[in-house]
Design a binder for this molecule. Sequence first.
Ligand code: ATP
Ligand code: LTN
Length: 332
Amino acid sequence: MLGDKKIIFSGVQPSGNLTIGNYLGAIKNFSAFSEEYKCFYCVVDMHAITVRQVAADLRRRTYETLALYIACGLDPEKNTLFVQSHVPAHAELGWVLDCHTMFGELSRMTQFKDKSAKHADNINAGLFTYPALMAADILLYQTDLVPVGIDQKQHLELSRDIAQRFNGIYGDTFTVPEPYIAKSGMKIMSLAEPLSKMSKSDTNQNAVVYILDGKDDIIRKFKRAVTDSGSEIRMSDDKPGINNLMTIYSCFTGKSFDDIEREFEGKGYGDFKLAVGEVCADALTPVREKFNALMNDKAYLEEIMKKGADEAAYCARKTMSKVKRKLGFVAL
Ligand code: ATP
Ligand code: LTN
């Protein structure tokens, strides 16, 4: 709690162009919390370097991710928006939590297994201990609730285990966080392979719709989306392609699956794909316009980064002094 408000923390890596998966699974939901909670939204650049990055790209994407937070509706006056590497306490608590996280626990993380298969030439220690740094992000702010896509559920469970373990050894130190996983949009799938997650690091550009894609690209990608045999627009276990498109349509329009089935009764996949492309493009146009304006004002973005880092560092400092005292570190 901060004052009488519960605390929210979430993060997005500046590791690529953000997708409609990041948007529907995470960022779009963030602004709903601004009034009722004290919210920290972080650009987690330290997590991004667990995979090799080109410095100039990482720098640009850090500005872009912050600009997208704002373009997607996060008011910097009502939310603390900041960059992870600007608050050194993340690295500091990260180390402490490394020493309270078990090798076996980290070995079981599916994201680690996936990413080490994908980057077999760079299975570095940071990739392995990534979830302990993520736990540090969350626990540093005494976070109550963490809005994420379902792919992060396992990491959240580990954060809870680490918090409980630490509290058990040293006495009450951290709030034990709960995940907040939106019912729809928690896992948007690839348009090319609807059994795998849409991911910003996918090399197949047609599989992924980016938040900043123009209308023509969006419509073209949806038109090419892989669909299933049959022709009915209906949710069904054996229709992963249509399920995914229905989910996307539902997220952008707020319509239920029953409504969508009724709306497209008697129509074919072609009509439906075009409709999904159109609602998606229409919803993202204002986001893109706002984003472009913000990217032309770097000084403003830097001002937000600075203000965010100060606010975050203030809260982080309180937790860090408590942690150091409990551990037996000598205070000067
Ligand atoms: P990468 O491909 O680099 O691993 P990513 O696309 O998975 O990245 P992250 O920065 O790791 O993106 O995730 C940011 C947020 O977006 C997280 O809360 C994550 O759960 C959510 N998210 C990512 N992809 C999807 C998706 N396809 N559907 C729903 N939510 C998603
Ligand atoms: N691991 C997350 C990004 C992330 C995060 C966090 C999300 C890093 N720290 C803290 C929520 C809270 C990812 O890969 N999507």
